[in-house]
Write a protein that binds this ligand. Sequence first.
Ligand SMILES: Cc1ncc(COP(=O)(O)O)c(C=O)c1O
Length: 412
Amino acid sequence: MSLRVKCVPEAFDIEEEIIKTMNDYDKDVSLKKIDLIIGVYRSEDGDLYLLPVVKKAQQMVLEETLNHNYLSIRGIDEFTKAACTLILGDIEKQWNDETIFGFQCIGGAGALKIGADFLHQFMECTTVYFSDPTWVNHEPTFKSSGFKNIRKYRYFKKESKSLDIEGIWEDLSNAPENSVVILQVCGHNPTCVDPTKEQWKKIAKIIKEQKLIPFFDIAYQGFASGDLIEDAWVIRYFFQEGIDFICAQSFSKIFTMYNERVGNLMFSMKPSSEIDVIKSNVSKIVRCMYSNPPNHGTKTILKILTNSELYNEWSNSFTIMVSRIKTIRIDFRKALEDLGAPGKWNYITDHGGMFILLNFTSNQLEYFQQFYHIYVSPPGRLNVTGLNTNNIDYIAKAVTETLKKSEKNIIM
Ligand SMILES: Cc1ncc(COP(=O)(O)O)c(C=O)c1O
C-alpha cells in the first residue's frame, strides 16, 4: 500500500504568501533585515515581548498544578465565563439562565473553525460574508467547513485608505437571509480601520432586518483604543439590542501568548429550548476534532482575569503598549511627510492598532524586500510595533523611495 497524495492547490494557498515571506526573511543574510510580517507585539529593542504579568501568573499556575487530567469538552467553565465577562461585563444572570455560554477553543482560529463547522453542519448556512480585505485565514476556514458561497462586503477605500461605510451598508443590505457575517470588532486586520459607534448601529440594524447571523471576531481587544471595554463596545451594543450572535475570541495578542493557543467561542442568544441542542452539537464537533482543549495557557489567563491585582497590572499594560503604538504612528507619519513620500499619510495617525496597510503592488513589495530587506505581509501590511527609534527613519526612507521609483516607472 502506498500513500497517494492528491494535490489540492487551494489547500496549499493558505497563508502561502506570508509563509513564503517568513522563509525569505529567515534566508536573508543581510544585517539590515527587518521583520514586520506577523502581528506580534515587539518591544523597542525589536524582540518579541512577553508581558511580565503573564510570566508571574504562569509560575503560579505551575506551582498549583497537581495533575494533568483531561479537561471537559467545553474546557474550563470559569475561564469561558471570565472570557465572556471580559467582553460583556456583568453576565451573572445570563450565565445562570445559559443564554450566554462559551467553549474554550484552540486560539481565535480554533474558535472560528468550530463556529464555522457548527453553522454549516447544524444551521445549514452556506453563505458567509467577510470584509474586503480581511484576515487571510477567514476564507479558507469557512471553505473548509463547507461554505459554498464565499462573499465579500466592501470595507476599505484604497485611495483614501478609509472605511467604505456606504459599501458595507449596501452590500449587507443585499445579503440573503441566514448569511453569516464576519465582523472584526476592533483593530481590523489588515487595515486597522474600524467603524464608529454610529456606523456600527446602522450595521446592527441591517443585520437585524436582513435576518443575518453576526459572527464577531475579536483578536485585538484593547489594542485599538487602549481600553478593553471601549474596544468591545459593538458586541455590547448587539447584546443590548437583543441580537443573537456568535463570537470568536482570541487571547494570543492580548496576553502576548501566541503559542499557548487560547480562545473562546461565545454564544449569546434569547432564551430558547434550542440551547441544549446547540451545546451538544458544538460538543460533538469538538469531540471529533480534538476531544478537549489544553490547560496551561488557559489557566494562566484565568488567573489574570480573576485576580484583581493581576488583572489591573494586565489592563494597565495596554496603556503603555498603545501609547507606544501611537507614538510610532506619529513619528512614522512625520518621517514620511518630511521625506515627501508620495501620497497622503494622515491615515497613519487617524487610526490606531497594530497594523498599517501600505497596499503595495507585488513589484513594489518585491523591491522593498530585496533592496531594503524589509519584510511585510502582502500587500504591504506592516506590524507597527516592529518599528522603533533605530529603524523608523530607514523604513520611512525605504517606503518613500519605493513609491518615488514607482512614480517614475522604475518599479511598476
Ligand atoms: C482578525 C483575526 N482573527 C483571529 C485571529 C486568530 O488568532 P489566534 O492566533 O488566537 O488563533 C487572528 C490572528 O492573527 C486575527 O488577526
